[in-house]
Design a protein around this ligand. Structure first.
Ligand SMILES: Cc1cc2nc3c(=O)[nH]c(=O)nc-3n(C[C@H](O)[C@H](O)[C@H](O)COP(=O)(O)OP(=O)(O)OC[C@H]3O[C@@H](n4cnc5c(N)ncnc54)[C@H](O)[C@@H]3O)c2cc1C
Length: 169
């Protein structure tokens, strides 16, 4: 596993997950907090021009995705906040806004892969079904939805996110 393993952390290890209050930051607010620097998990796994989505890791910044799209002349565009060097996943989880009419980044989350405190890896949306081919397309999945649990919460570490982008008409 990329983020942490039970062995590495010497489980049983109690992860005390504190609620964040929105527009958080990387500085710990309580003693004994574990700070995880995810900036090296910076793969843009896929950008799909036809269906307008990007599958990214937590270290991918808005600038990085913008450059990726520009270099390949893809006919899509993203809605970057002022903090263009910030993480797409961090800002979207934090309910951030970019500067276009499609700026509500949180509503662009179309599925996540999350590592929970006990090491369980969990996917939201259609990603819950192993054979689903439309994780990146249909955010609701089946049954109860869990995406909102990870907004401004620190209830899990999001290691992949499907981020809907806009087609450039
Ligand atoms: C100069 C400046 C300009 C800004 N302009 C804007 C703006 O225009 N629009 C806007 O919306 N916001 C803006 N903000 C706020 C900023 O975008 C948010 O605070 C944003 O979430 C910070 O991104 P980050 O990559 O630094 O994330 P971090 O500060 O590292 O993380 C933000 C929070 O999300 C959590 N988090 C991050 N990654 C993960 C993950 N993978 N899994 C689980 N939790 C995670 C962290 O624990 C933290 O609480 C601005 C901030 C600054 C300093």
């Amino acid at each position: 596993m990329d983020v942490f393993s039970r062995k590495e952390f010497g489980y049983p290890f109690k992860l005390d997950l504190k609620l964040i209050q929105g527009y958080g930051g990387p500085s710990p607010i309580v003693r004994g907090a574990v700070v995880m620097d995810l900036h090296k998990l910076n793969k843009i796994i896929e950008v799909n021009e036809k269906y307008a989505y990007a599958l990214v890791e937590p270290g991918v910044s808005f600038f990085q995705l913008y450059e990726y799209i520009k270099e390949r002349k893809l006919n899509v565009w993203i809605s970057a906040p002022a903090l263009g060097w910030g993480s797409i996943i961090g800002n979207s989880l934090d309910r951030g806004w970019g500067y276009t009419p499609n700026g509500d980044n949180c509503s662009h989350i179309c599925g996540m892969e999350v590592v929970l405190a006990d090491g369980t890896i969990f996917r939201t949306g259609m990603g819950q079904l192993e054979q689903a081919k439309c994780w990146q397309l249909f955010k609701n999945g089946y049954g109860p939805g869990f995406d909102g649990l990870f907004n401004q919460s620190n209830f899990g570490i999001v290691v992949k996110m499907v981020y809907t982008i806009s087609v450039n008409f």
